[in-house]
Design a protein around this ligand. Structure first.
Ligand code: PHE
Length: 341
């Protein structure tokens, strides 16, 4: 056969041309096979002594071409392999991954709603500490030591401290704000409060309140009632009915509790309203002049109203949550139900 010495070169040239390079792994295989220190072209160079003299020159040229062919192919695919690693298309047949997007907690949802309602009529947010001193939580609010009203709220004290408490209500923020700001004051104070109560479906040792405080010249009970009516309509619908029942708080005079008419459509309505159709939503009243004076505000010039409402109860009504303990257990099956709220 003529030019039989060309066959190994042609074979390798064919292999180089046909070698499929489509990722960084087979690019490396290619490099080892044709360009590495033990590459398959090398042995052909030492075969040159066996080649007929007249073909030696051409043999050498063909081998150099072969080397070049391998080098060029490698260089071409070097960049291609790099970018193809980055652009590798994901396996579209794999099952989808759950993105586990979180949801807002129902307490947050209701708090945010209340905040947005009162911010429409100019109330600003005032937040303050959960660990509070006795003066701001009680004394400034007309509840000195030994006052029987302290028994209304079972208080957690910080260990070995008679004067530091976990705040029992957000009314402490009233005292904090009034001692540091001059009227007019129009604030909303949302936050967590604590009471040493037995945990059950209806009560917990921690819960949330939103406090409102409005201090200015000539603020009257009529302003309080209209403000609360506006809130109730925005929160529970424009046909809602409210009533103010006389009540008692040490820091307001007169004091009242506000009920909304819930109705008596079904058995649950009868149960949660104890057969009356009315539900208590909040406590309120005109800020006692003594409280204004305690906080350095002239009660002959200024008057004001305050109110405080629980959040858990309202969220239970709005979302039909049967047990207050659900709020604090962080059970995903509970929390996920508010994804679209
Ligand atoms: N702080 C009272 C409570 O915890 C609620 C309240 C706030 C009442 C403001 C009157 C005025 O129940």
């Amino acid at each position: 056969m003529n030019e039989i010495w060309k066959i190994p070169i042609e074979k390798l040239s064919y292999q180089i041309a046909e070698f499929a390079i489509n990722n960084s792994e087979n690019l490396e295989e290619f490099r080892i096979q044709f360009l590495g220190s033990k590459n398959v072209i090398k042995p052909l160079f030492s075969e040159i002594s066996k080649i007929p003299n007249e073909n030696k020159k051409e043999y050498g040229q063909l081998l150099n071409q072969l080397k070049l062919q391998a080098e060029e192919k490698f260089d071409q695919h070097k960049s291609f392999a790099k970018s193809s690693v980055q652009k590798e298309i994901p396996d579209l047949t794999l099952p989808g991954q759950n993105d586990n997007v979180g949801s807002r907690h129902p307490i947050t949802l209701v708090m945010d709603k209340i905040i947005s309602i009162f911010s429409k009529i100019g109330f600003q947010i005032a937040e303050d500490r959960e660990i509070e001193d006795d003066w701001h939580n009680f004394t400034a609010l007309n509840t000195p030591e030994d006052h029987p009203a302290r028994d209304m709220q079972d208080t957690f004290y910080v260990k070995n401290r008679k004067d530091i408490v976990l705040r029992t209500h957000t009314s402490s923020v009233q005292a904090r704000f009034m001692t540091t700001h001059k009227p007019p004051i129009r604030i909303l104070a949302p936050g967590r409060v604590f009471r040493n109560e037995t945990i059950s479906a209806r009560s917990h040792c921690q819960f949330h309140q939103v406090e409102g405080l409005y201090i200015d010249k000539n603020v009257s009970m009529a302003d309080l009632k209209q403000t609360l009516l506006f809130f109730a309509k925005e929160m529970f619908g424009k046909d809602v009915k409210i009533r103010l029942r006389p009540s008692y708080f040490p820091f307001t005079e007169p004091s009242a509790e506000m009920d909304i008419y819930w109705g008596l459509k079904d058995e649950t309505d009868h149960r949660i309203t104890k057969g009356t159709g009315w539900l208590e939503i909040l406590g309120c009243g005109m800020v006692d002049p003594a409280v204004l004076e305690n906080c350095g505000i002239d009660s002959k010039v200024y008057s004001g109203f305050a109110f405080g409402m629980g959040i858990e109860r309202q969220a239970m009504l709005l979302y039909k949550i049967p047990d207050i303990r659900y709020y604090f257990e962080n059970d995903l099956r509970f929390l996920r139900q508010f994804k679209n709220s």
